[in-house]
Design a binder for this molecule. Structure first.
Ligand code: PEP
Length: 248
């Protein structure tokens, strides 16, 4: 059996409505057929509860969480609240939140800690900008984000890392397999250095314009344990072939 099961996660971002939850049925059917692949969808907060009711075996997650358990944080949602509606995973540190909400590595780390402590599968996103890659600093930047964003202690929840080069998100530009391989190897080395044997079991996802026509090639790259998918997760027609590609 493979050391790490493939994990395909859809991030709906600020898209979708109750009618869009009809997409979950064919996705769940594909997930059942793709034995050995874990499948999850992260809709906006308002759709989590109805999505859970229609999940049929796929995991439903959130796109963010607050680091605190409760209190005066207008507009925010805690890990306990997400647990109450049966969300199973949480994304933290997405580059859109790092940019739009000015989330620092320390803030992302605190959120990850809160989610892991509640037992969530917790996806910590990292990734360099186009300028940083052009300057030859991609691995250095991502290593710094990992050092600052990953919580120290092992918790109940499962830690997952998503490598998402910012220039590849929503642009149609996908990182070439050689660059993905180099980055995922560097992330694996950092995880093993930091967590020892546990670091060999942490799944590393690739994200950034993953589509039906490039997913199979990306899934074959060493240390690519799945994908975080934005645009192509919004319809079953585009998402199901990615789940199938992970099945191999
Ligand atoms: C994302 O936002 O996590 C993402 C990878 O988006 P897209 O697949 O649309 O590039």
């Amino acid at each position: 059996m493979a050391l790490r099961r493939k994990l395909i996660v859809g991030n709906w971002k600020m898209n979708g409505n109750l009618a869009a939850l009809a997409e979950l049925a064919p996705i769940a059917e594909a997930a059942r057929a793709a034995a050995g692949v874990d499948v999850a969808v992260c809709p906006p907060f308002t759709l989590i509860a109805p999505a859970v009711a229609r999940a049929n075996g796929i995991a439903i997650g959130a796109q963010d969480v607050h680091a605190a358990a409760s209190g005066a944080h207008t507009g925010c949602v805690s890990a306990a609240m997400l647990k109450e509606v049966h969300a199973q995973l949480v994304i933290v540190g997405h580059s859109e939140r790092r940019a739009e909400q000015q989330e620092s590595d320390a803030a992302v780390c605190a959120k990850a800690q809160a989610a892991l402590a509640e037992g969530f599968q917790t996806i910590v996103c990292v990734g360099e900008s186009a300028a940083e890659r052009e300057a030859g600093r991609a691995v250095e930047v991502v290593s710094g984000q990992l050092a600052g964003s990953l919580p120290e202690e092992a918790h109940e929840g499962e830690l997952v890392v998503a490598y998402e080069p910012i220039w590849a998100i929503g642009t149609g530009k996908v990182a070439i397999p050689a660059d993905v391989a180099e980055m995922h190897a560097a992330i694996r080395a950092a995880l093993v250095q930091r967590f020892g044997e546990r670091g060999t079991r942490i799944r590393i996802l690739y994200g950034g314009s993953v589509k039906a026509d490039n997913a199979a090639e990306l899934m074959r790259v060493p240390d690519v344990d799945g994908a975080l998918v934005g645009g192509a997760s919004l319809t079953a027609a585009q998402f199901v072939p990615i789940v199938e590609a992970a099945h191999g």
